[in-house]
Design a protein around this ligand. Structure first.
Ligand code: GTP
Ligand code: MG
Length: 329
């Protein structure tokens, strides 16, 4: 399962800056609207400290993390569906994404122009208006798609499964400045604007400047601003939450690896993410919990403590299960 997240928002709100912070890709982020024309695409590993612990335990150097793909597209403006700005054609690039990250400007800066050229005054009110513009444009883009399908259906009755933009879960990323990061009052008001959707608060510019640092260095640096996790961690956490995802792990001398599955997936379904043959020929799964494994120090110790279980076809997977599948092909 390849998690794919599309980044949308008004021009000049910091989408590419966020993309750079997430991917370290060095895409053009510049102080003028429509800096991005062609989409930027980047695939990054899902940070997972458990893999480092397992790799040490199983004496392997090969770590294969789960991955997440980000797609950064051109900014949308009011009237995009009618061709304003760069239009809305590039939304096609995010139709295949499972979730949308909607970037909203919530930083103060007289240098960075707003797409509507209005002076910056009330952050909260402008954030609300900006959000409404984007959501309306997403809706209008879906209307357009529906109209196209209806026109096509007259000739071709074979229906396709159309992924509508407005069906996708949205994670709101408020791009705040240093003051905003610790302004709990502002953050809770912004959160209320988008409830019950997930909201995260990131200083994209600060994070972009840190993109050369190691993850630990970044986290330490952010802690000095009162921030617990970096943009990548926050966004992935929110995406897993909103999409109902979890991960399971496989560990051995050959490699240690993380796999993304739906919450509620059964053991055979989990096996199927590794290989369809594993699902078809599923016999059983030998499973222990990552925390037990970490605490007890080895698979043998887990087995000796009676904490290595054999589970069958109906077992519902839990986050952090360390699994070995037995199958017959
Ligand atoms: N002060 C401040 N400036 C920021 C922040 N995030 C981004 N910027 C600046 O805002 C400008 C626009 O950033 P981009 O990332 O290019 O914005 P975008 O949303 O990708 O814009 P388009 O591609 O034109 O739609 C750049 O000059 C950034 O350095 C922030 O958190 N604070
Ligand atoms: Mg951009």
């Amino acid at each position: 399962m390849n998690l794919k997240i599309g980044i949308v928002g008004l021009p000049n709100v910091g989408k590419s800056t966020l993309f750079n912070a997430l991917t370290n890709a060095g895409a053009l982020a510049a102080n003028y609207p429509f800096a991005t024309i062609e989409p930027n695409v980047g695939i990054v590993p899902v940070p997972d400290e458990r893999l480092d612990v397992l790799a040490k335990m199983y004496e392997t150097n090969k770590i294969v993390p789960a991955t997440v793909e980000f797609v950064d597209i051109a900014g949308l403006v009011e009237g995009a569906s009618k061709g304003e700005g760069l239009g809305n054609k590039f939304l096609a690039h995010i139709r295949e994404c499972q979730a949308i990250c909607h970037v909203v400007r919530a930083f103060k800066s007289s240098d960075i122009v707003r797409a509507d050229n209005k002076p910056e005054d009330d952050i909260l009110k402008q954030a609300k208006d900006d959000i409404d513009i984007i959501n309306l444009e997403l809706q209008l883009a879906d209307e357009e798609t529906k109209a196209k399908i209806a026109a096509k259906r007259k000739k071709d009755l074979n229906d396709e499964n159309i992924p509508f933009l407005t069906d996708k879960p949205v994670i709101y990323m408020f791009n705040v400045d240093e003051d905003g990061l610790t302004d709990d009052d502002l953050k809770s008001k912004l959160k209320d604007l988008v409830k019950p959707a997930e909201a995260i608060f990131v200083n994209a510019k600060l994070e972009e400047e840190m993109s050369g640092m190691s993850r630990n260095e970044r986290k330490e640096f952010l802690e000095s601003y009162g921030v617990k996790d970096d943009a990548l961690g926050e966004l992935i956490k929110a995406a897993y939450e909103t999409l109902g995802l979890q991960s399971f792990l496989t560990a051995g001398k050959k490699e240690c690896r993380a796999w993304t599955i739906k919450k509620g997936a059964t053991a055979p379904e989990a096996a199927g993410t590794i290989h369809t043959d594993f699902e078809r020929g599923f016999i059983a799964a030998s499973i222990c919990n990552y925390n037990d494994l970490k605490e007890l120090g080895s698979e043998q110790a887990v087995r000796a403590a009676g904490k290595l279980r054999t589970e069958g076809k109906t077992y519902v997977m839990q986050d952090g299960d360390v699994v070995e599948f037995k199958f017959n092909v």
